[in-house]
Design a protein. Structure first.
Length: 148
């Protein structure tokens, strides 16, 4: 599936994360799981992805502990894919990608889907990195410290 060099031996969290979720189909599967899709056929229908590609992405996400399988909630013979706690922790990543796309990939009044809070029906506030004291921090105010 992946012809890129595996970075699991590297100390970079971004590289390791991308090894698992940095593929278009993988992130779209995670997005759909957040949207309540649970069955293979529903993922395939919504994404329009080939069965073999979807099978591989789902298997990798299950093996990594991002998704888990469980018997179908309607007691049918099917299984469902559900986000684990580790998978649910990807929510800020999906929201950040969504918000970046809204700001930079759509014309000012171009229609697009909107993520809203269920309780209020209002859009989420813009996500931004914060210092430990709650201040918003820009990229210019940060640095990566290499482990020795």
């Amino acid at each position: 599936m992946n012809s890129r060099k595996n970075t699991n031996a590297q100390p970079c969290p971004v590289a390791r994360s991308l090894d698992l979720i940095g593929d278009r189909w993988t992130l779209l599967v995670v997005r759909d799981a957040f949207d309540g899709i649970r069955r293979f056929s529903d993922f395939q229908r919504n994404l329009g992805v080939a069965r073999n590609i979807l099978s591989e992405r789902l298997r990798r996400l299950v093996d990594a502990g991002v998704l888990a399988t469980q018997p179908a909630s309607d007691s049918s013979a099917y299984q469902e894919y559900v986000l684990t706690e580790q998978g649910k922790a990807l929510f800020p990543v999906v929201v950040a990608l969504r918000q970046w796309g809204e700001r930079h990939l759509f014309a000012e009044h171009e229609a697009h889907s909107e993520l809203v809070e269920k309780r209020t029906g209002k859009p989420l506030g813009f996500m931004a990195p914060q210092a430990m004291d709650g201040r918003e921090v820009s990229a210019d105010e940060t640095e990566v410290r290499k482990l020795s």
